[in-house]
Design a protein around this ligand. Structure first.
Ligand code: SAH
Length: 205
């Protein structure tokens, strides 16, 4: 599937109906999701792989991974109500994805997801709860040797020092995330946030 075809399919994935501020629920825009997935696919990390999506929300990254040939995809989110939207999205897209309720950071969550070849994720940036992104980084490296994550622009240094002995940032791709007015504290109708797709590889112990 070509990049623009993937993007077109992902445009059809329904977003959050009543997004929670506390959980930082923003859907990844289709062009950014497609870019992350396509890049991972070119690196050989999607086709035939077992892929995990941490904080999957309504499932855009998980569904995209399945659309471009992942062998098995598991999406996890703390909010059960969004998982029912994710399940409908997968069905409408004609792919099979397992969506599990779970809070990243809780003990036992890594084993309920199981080992993956690749993690894709757009975790909370920690704008509402400081360090909300940390358990996502920890869990991703526990379960997979390769991680493709979306972070605030300028996070590379933090991520690199945070993962230190556990992994290294292989590559950083800049992108923009356009956010439509979602929450009352947003002052503009559309805001563009500079983000970075980071490709992280786990270090072999
Ligand atoms: N990955 C989706 C959603 C991004 S928004 C997409 O790309 O569109 C971040 C998601 O993380 C939300 O769905 C929110 O419910 C979920 N989330 C926030 N904290 C979480 C936690 N500790 N454990 C699991 N999910 C969490």
């Amino acid at each position: 599937m070509r990049l623009n075809e993937l993007e077109r399919r992902l445009e059809k994935v329904a977003g959050f109906t009543s997004p929670s501020t506390r959980l930082e629920q923003y859907q990844t825009p289709a062009p950014l999701a497609a870019r992350l997935l396509y890049h991972a696919a070119l690196k050989g990390d999607i086709g035939g792989r077992r892929v995990g999506d941490l904080g999957c929300g309504t499932g855009i990254l998980a569904i995209g991974a399945a659309l471009i040939g992942a062998r098995e995809v598991v999406g996890v989110d703390a909010d059960e109500t969004v998982l029912s939207i994710a399940r409908e999205n997968a069905e409408r897209s004609g792919v099979e994805v397992t969506f599990l309720p779970g809070r990243i950071g809780d003990p036992g969550v890594s084993s309920s997801i199981g080992p993956c070849d690749t993690v894709v994720m757009n975790p909370p940036f920690g704008a509402q709860n400081v360090h909300a992104d940390r358990p996502f980084i920890d869990t991703s490296l526990e379960i997979a040797p390769r991680v493709y994550g979306i972070f605030n622009a300028g996070s590379r240094q933090f991520v690199e020092s945070y993962i230190a002995e556990r992994g290294c940032v292989e590559e950083v791709i800049g992108g923009l995330l356009s956010i439509r007015r979602t929450f009352s504290f947003h002052t503009r109708d559309v805001r563009e946030i500079a983000v970075e797709i980071m490709v992280i590889s786990r270090k072999v112990a």
